[in-house]
Design a protein around this ligand. Structure first.
Ligand code: ADP
Ligand code: MG
Length: 576
């Protein structure tokens, strides 16, 4: 019987030195699937071995209708990953020293992402995971290995990777949720919207460290009548909710009334969410970027002159660089960089913004002359940003009514209930003038493309040509440098950060030539991923990649402390 040869081999390895596991590399036929041993750990304490099972569709039995559209395929793969993750916890247990006996697969977030851990095709389903090959000390535990791989793994695969009830209904529901969310997101641009929050959506999360829905304790979202839109798919019921129009939108309201929660849901609306999350029908334009103040970050060669001018000591603001940005300069750089990376909407929260970047009121204007203030506040640029570059802004602002002058839409939250208060805010702005001077000029100002020089990215560490490490969603260690991503808030899974880390090295090897602009490099890498899949980025992190946006890829490049840039020829010509 298939699988039995493998059992014999494992038992024969009993008490051999751990190195002997290397002989297992390659393909092994089982009843119902093929097991691939892709890499074998050096010892039971090292990072676990990478394995893969390939189940033919003749056995897995997923109907083609579940994976013919991209939305549905990603939803199905996501579902199978969740299933495998859950089952792996059942069969994973210590069977010797170190990581012996563990079966792991990266746990998914609430978002349905395309990932390399699970691939469904017409011919097969492939699942990649990690296993701690069992040992006692440095001697192979052959019996435990046989139980793990020949008894437990087949059960795990059968449970997690086959089309049967009760999974079929759940898979169907997840596919529909993904398809509906993608459809809703597609509707935004035709309707001149940048976000849609469906009636009944549950926005608050279980806790600050648990992204699951708050559930029945939450007040479901209800759209104000004047902002209500109704979207109807050809085969479905109408979906009603609040449409946030292009332009400038303020979210106002008292403290603790749900403003930041609404903005966070909009931030995450770039992803599709699993059924039960509460945000399945909260969708945001795909290139929306959350920007915030990020004191201490490095900034390299960014033209922040739309916001910052005549710095002390005559420092350039057209190619602004610093190893230690202030709250306001970091926020200015974050905005310019987001727009460079293709953002068509910016999301800002007063909670994480620099006050002096957001406003400069009349009294302050009277005390500190414009000539002595390098910063042009966002309030004086937000309109030009939209008019000149088509970049909308959604801003949580409970603290300053000065913004009423520049807002197209004002949404108030009261006891988590949204109301459209645009007309009242306009009336107040007309009756009670701020008398502040607009300081932003008529135009937003230059957006100067940058060229990333190849020496920016050096993955070497000691004699290792490529050294990449990732910590959760907030740090990449590339060679000798660390990239701090803790302020890049729309990353949700370590797999995205692993893929971005690999993409940095990939970009350096393939596209950083000292001439291509940053945007051209981003586009070239994105095109390769579309054509060849995330696997093309690197062999490292095999099966651990998750899809990421070019905006977050750019954010990682921009936070490299070794970044070196030049302004592109086009930019310098323009400047004359
Ligand atoms: P704000 O930004 O207005 O100060 P937050 O968005 O931070 O308020 O929300 C304050 C608290 O209320 C948070 O603990 C949040 O989880 C909770 N919350 C937000 N929206 C809802 C809701 N719709 N139902 C129940 N609780 C909510
Ligand atoms: Mg808040």
């Amino acid at each position: 019987m298939t699988g039995n040869d493998f059992r014999d081999r494992l038992e024969a390895l009993d008490r051999c030195s751990y190195q002997a596991y290397k002989s297992l590399r390659g393909e092994h036929p089982f009843a119902g699937f093929t097991l691939h041993v892709d890499s074998v750990q050096g010892d039971p304490f090292a990072a676990p071995s990478r394995l893969r099972v390939v189940v033919p569709q003749s056995i897995a039995g997923f109907p083609a209708s579940l994976y013919t559209t991209a939305s549905r395929r990603i939803a199905l793969e996501d579902y199978l990953l969740r299933q495998f993750h859950q089952q792996a916890q059942v069969y994973s247990r210590h069977r010797g020293s170190g990581k012996s006996g563990l079966i792991t697969i990266a746990p998914p977030s609430q978002a349905m992402l395309s990932r390399t851990a699970v691939t469904v095709s017409e011919t097969s389903v492939e699942v990649r995971f990690a296993v701690g090959l069992p040992a006692h000390g440095r001697r192979i535990a052959g019996q435990q290995a046989a139980e793990l791989l020949c008894d437990d793994l087949p059960k795990l695969v059968e449970h997690a990777v086959s089309y049967s009830q009760p999974y079929a209904t759940a898979i169907q529901a997840q596919g529909e949720a993904a398809e509906t969310a993608d459809w809703l997101r597609d509707q935004l641009s035709d309707r001149q919207l940048i976000a849609f929050v469906a009636d009944g959506a549950i926005l608050p999360r279980f806790s600050g460290v648990d992204e699951r829905s708050l559930g029945s304790a939450a007040v479901p979202f209800q759209s104000p009548a004047s902002l209500r839109v109704s979207l109807t798919r050809s085969n479905g019921e109408p979906i009603t909710g609040m449409g946030i129009p292009r332009g400038i939108t303020l979210i106002v309201g008292g403290g603790y009334h749900g403003k930041s929660t609404l903005l966070k849901a909009i931030e995450q609306g770039i992803y599709n969410h699993v059924p039960g999350d509460g945000r399945e029908q909260v969708v945001t334009t795909a290139t929306a970027v959350k920007v915030r103040a990020e004191e201490g970050r490095s900034v390299t060669g960014v033209d922040v002159s739309p916001f910052i001018n005549h710095l002390p000591q005559g420092r350039s603001t057209q190619q602004f660089s610093t190893a230690d940005a202030s709250g306001s300069t970091s926020q200015a750089a974050n905005i310019i960089e987001a727009v460079e990376a293709g953002a068509t909407a910016l999301l800002l929260d007063e909670d994480t913004s620099a006050t002096n970047f957001m406003i400069r009121d009349r009294r302050m204007q009277a005390l500190i002359a414009k000539a002595q203030e390098p910063i042009t506040p966002f309030i004086d640029k937000v309109r030009q940003l939209y008019n000149d570059h088509g970049v909308s802004t959604i801003l949580v602002m409970g603290g300053s009514g000065d913004y009423f002058d520049v807002a197209d839409t004002v949404i108030a939250l009261n006891e988590y209930q949204a109301a459209d208060v645009t007309a009242q805010a306009r009336q107040i702005a007309a009756d009670d003038r701020t008398e502040r001077q607009a300081e932003g000029g008529q135009v937003f100002g230059h957006l100067s493309p940058r060229v990333i020089l190849p020496e920016s990215i050096d993955p070497q560490r000691g004699h290792r040509a490529v050294s990449l490490k990732v910590r959760a969603t907030d740090e990449i260690r590339l060679g000798l440098t660390a990239i701090d991503l803790s302020a890049v808030e729309q990353l949700v899974e370590p797999g995205q950060v692993k893929a971005i880390a690999a993409a940095l090295v990939y970009a350096q090897q393939h596209y950083l030539d000292g001439e291509r602009s940053l945007v051209a490099v981003l586009q070239a890498v994105a095109a390769d991923i579309v054509a060849h899949g995330l696997d093309c980025l690197s062999d490292q992190f095999n099966g651990e990649f998750a899809a990421f946006r070019m905006q977050e890829f750019a954010a990682a490049i921009n936070r490299l402390r070794t970044l070196k840039t030049a302004s592109s020829a086009a930019a310098s010509q323009q400047r004359g």
